[in-house]
Every structure is written in C-alpha cells, then in structure tokens.
Design a protein around this ligand. Structure first.
Ligand code: SF4
Length: 437
C-alpha cells in the first residue's frame, strides 16, 4: 500500500491507494523497460525469451558464484524456465520472495530429493492410451504436451521435465478421441499438460472441435497456468475460439495475491466475457501461502476478479518438492481460520490427492464433537457448542416437542468416553445418518 497526497483547490486529500500487486519498484521489471510494448503484449515474445539458464537468470537476480554453482547442479536434474512477465513480479533482492520461490530453483530440490516419488498419483498406471488418463468413470484427462511456459518448482509432473518437450502427435490425438468416443460414460474431458495453451490456438481448436461433436461429452475443462505466468496468451483469438465451442471451463493456478496483477485480472476478465468460467486450484506451499492471512488475501483477491477459489491442494509427495510441503494439519488449520470468518465463496476445498491413484479426499476441521442417532453436538467457527436434532433419526410422534428448529443449548463438557460412545452410536446407524462437515 502507498499513501498518495492529492491537492484539490485549497484542500489536501490523503488517500490510501492499493498498489497494483506485482508492480513493485523492482529492478527486474526495469530490466525489461526497453522491451517495446508490442513485444511485452505478445505472448510469443515472452515464450521465446524465457529464462532457461542460471547465467541468464543472474542478469536479473543477484546470485553469488556459490549460488550459481548450486543452481546449475539443480537444473541438471530439474530444469529452469521463467517467462519475462513472471520474472518481472519477483523482488530480486528477497530470497524468500513468494513469487521467486515458485520459479527459481533451490538446492533443496536435490539435497532433499530422495523423499517422495516420481509419479505419486500413478497417472502412468491409469493411462488407457498414451496421453489419456481414465481413472474416474465419467471423466478423462488428456495430457497434450509436457511443455510449460514456466516450470513451477512444486510441480507434480516434474518427472517429465527432463524429456525436453513433446507434443502429442496427430495419431496419438486420434487414438485418444477414438477411446473417448467409444466410452459413453465419459461426460467430462480435462485438457491438461504440461500446459495445453502452449499449443497454437488452431491446434487446440482442432482437438476441441472434435471433442465437441462427441454427443456424450458434456463439458470440456482446460487446466492452465497461463493466466498467472503469461496472461498475454489469453488473447482475443483464443477467447473467440473457446466461446465457439462451449461449455468450456478453465481451471488456473494462482498461489499468491501478488500474482493477481492488472494483466492477470484482464486475462480472466476476457475469459469470463467469452463465457468461460474460471476456477482456481492453488497448492499449499511452505513459506509462500501457508497462513490464514495469505490465503485470505489470495482468495479475496480472486473473488475481486471474479475467479472462484475452488481447491487448495496439499502439495503432492513428488521428488524435489519436499522443502515446499507443509504438514496436512497446516491446511486444516487454514480452512478453520477461514470458514465462518469470511464468505463461504472465498473458502476453497482443501484436498489431498492420494498416492496410488486413490483420488482427491477433502480434509476439513472436525466440527462434530459427538453424534448419536437423534442428535449431533457441533461446534461452530467461534468454538460455540450447539446441539442439532437429527431429523432423519427421530420422528415427531416420538418427540412431538422437538419438531421446532434446532435450538442452541449449553452442553456439559464431554469426556473422551462419552464422545467415543456417541460416535459408536452414530456408526451403528450409518446407513441412515449422513454427516457433512
Ligand atoms: S504450469 Fe502446472 S504442469 Fe506446468 S510446471 Fe507449473 S505446475 Fe507443473
């Protein structure tokens, strides 16, 4: 924030103005000051001029010779790629800058590299034809390329980075389409990568238009980080193409409020005006967004640009990411600090994606203190304990006086034993009782 002093006639007005996020007075941005605006606005210019070596990076961010040596060691295993746009958001003199930590390699990627696995979600196991993952009955994942404009240090698909960049061949695409056509349970196709928007708009249209004519495919979703790392890609040509083939949903990946720049906001606005709803899937990252305050600022910022905070992912157990992972309890505490304290629209669902292809499981604070067949004892976001009559388990005839709405009553403190027996009581009726927290 900065204070602006304006003079109007004989009055001086002091206004606090939100500084546009991501436009701090940083030397890195100034290094691109000579770039013509036409180039800066052109996503292909950014793509061609990605920073991919440590020596190039050192032109923008001060790195000691020791740091250079270490980073070169890391990039042999896990390469580096940062768009000029995303680099311009980094505060180069702050090694803990939350933008920098998502983009610039860390020696911890290799020194802690033995923890985790290459493919924790076992996507390879669920591949039905090359590039097509079919894990759930009604949806499939099309992995079209392994190329991304930026290589995020916490990426789940880090294992693909050293392969040097591939795009599915027309024959592979056709095989995926044949499979989808033959499986009528598939109503939802997720187009992913790498980042699928690295493909040209015409190539994407070739694929999307063929999906669109498959009758049982109801919706198409695109997973992309372009609105965050290179928002210039969301141009009029792309938006016009997407609007021709809707319904198309777009899931993107903002992790920090400083990524919500005027450029990113304009990109999301173009998508929304083209009839493409935008949801956000962030990843919980140590030292980057692992506090209630950071998540509130991120999610409030997203709502201001009409992007829905959808998922907050526990960072997957991928080799080279351990230094960015938090205990699961951190995520649960964050949700607890948000739920009730702000609009439910601003609270994402915190999930872990289970190893061995187990799928996503929501992790929530435990609000149910005790449960019997006829009643739940629940705490609210302020810690107030309230009893809630369970209407599915008691009848008006049995308890005519309890037909009113649930009433808050003081309850005595419960012992561990009482809780256990209450829970067991609930479990006996599990076919009739469904509890949602
Ligand atoms: S954009 Fe997604 S797939 Fe690409 S490097 Fe970042 S996290 Fe990985």
């Amino acid at each position: 924030m900065r204070m602006i002093v304006k003079t109007t006639g004989d009055r001086t007005l002091e206004e606090v103005e939100e500084e546009p996020p991501g436009r701090a007075d940083d030397p890195a941005r100034r290094l691109f000051a000579d770039t013509p605006q036409a180039d800066w606005d052109n996503w292909k210019w950014h793509f061609r001029n990605r920073i991919t070596t440590v020596d190039e990076l050192a032109r923008y961010i001060p790195l000691s010779s020791r740091e250079r040596t270490r980073l070169k060691l890391v990039t042999r295993k896990f390469p580096l790629s940062i768009t000029p746009y995303y680099l311009s958001l980094i505060c180069p003199h702050d090694p803990d800058d939350p933008i920098r930590r998502q983009a610039v390699p860390s020696i911890l990627e290799v020194t802690m590299g033995s923890v985790g696995s290459e493919d924790p979600l076992e996507e390879k196991r669920d591949s039905v034809v090359p590039g097509l993952v079919h894990r759930y009955p009604d949806r499939v994942l099309m992995v079209l390329t392994d190329i991304c404009p930026m290589l995020c240090r916490h990426c789940t698909r880090k294992r693909e980075w050293h392969k040097g960049g591939w795009v599915r061949t027309p024959e592979e695409i056709d095989n995926m389409l044949v499979y989808i056509r033959r499986h009528e349970t598939v109503r939802d196709v997720i187009i992913s990568g790498g980042d699928p928007l690295t493909l040209s708009t015409s190539h994407l249209e070739y694929i999307i238009s063929r999906l669109r004519v498959i009758e049982h495919v109801e919706i198409i979703r695109i997973g992309t980080r372009f609105p965050v790392v290179l928002p210039q890609r969301i141009d009029d040509e792309l938006c016009a193409m997407l609007s021709r083939h809707g319904p198309i949903w777009l899931n993107t990946h903002f992790n920090h409020e400083r990524e919500i720049t005027p450029e990113a906001a304009a990109a999301c606005d173009r998508l929304l005006r083209s009839g493409v709803p935008v949801n956000n899937q962030s990843v919980l990252l140590k030292g980057i967004n692992d506090t209630v305050e950071a998540q509130l600022r991120l999610c409030h910022g997203l709502l201001r640009i009409k992007v829905r905070p959808y998922y907050l992912f526990q960072c997957d157990e991928v080799q080279g990411t351990e230094h960015l992972r938090t205990p699961v309890e951190v995520g649960v505490k964050i949700i607890e600090g948000m739920r009730g304290h702000t609009s439910g629209l601003a609270v994402p669902t915190f999930v872990i994606d289970l190893p061995e292809g187990g799928g996503k499981v929501p992790m929530q604070p435990d609000y149910v203190l005790a449960q019997t067949a006829s009643e739940l004892t629940v705490r609210n976001y302020k810690g107030r304990v309230i009893r809630f009559r369970n209407p599915g388990a008691s009848t008006e005839q049995e308890h005519p006086e309890s037909a009113d709405s649930p009433v808050a009553v003081p309850v005595p403190a419960m012992t561990t034993e009482t809780r256990r027996s209450a829970r067991q009581g609930g479990a006996r009726h599990e076919d009739r009782v469904s509890v949602r927290s």
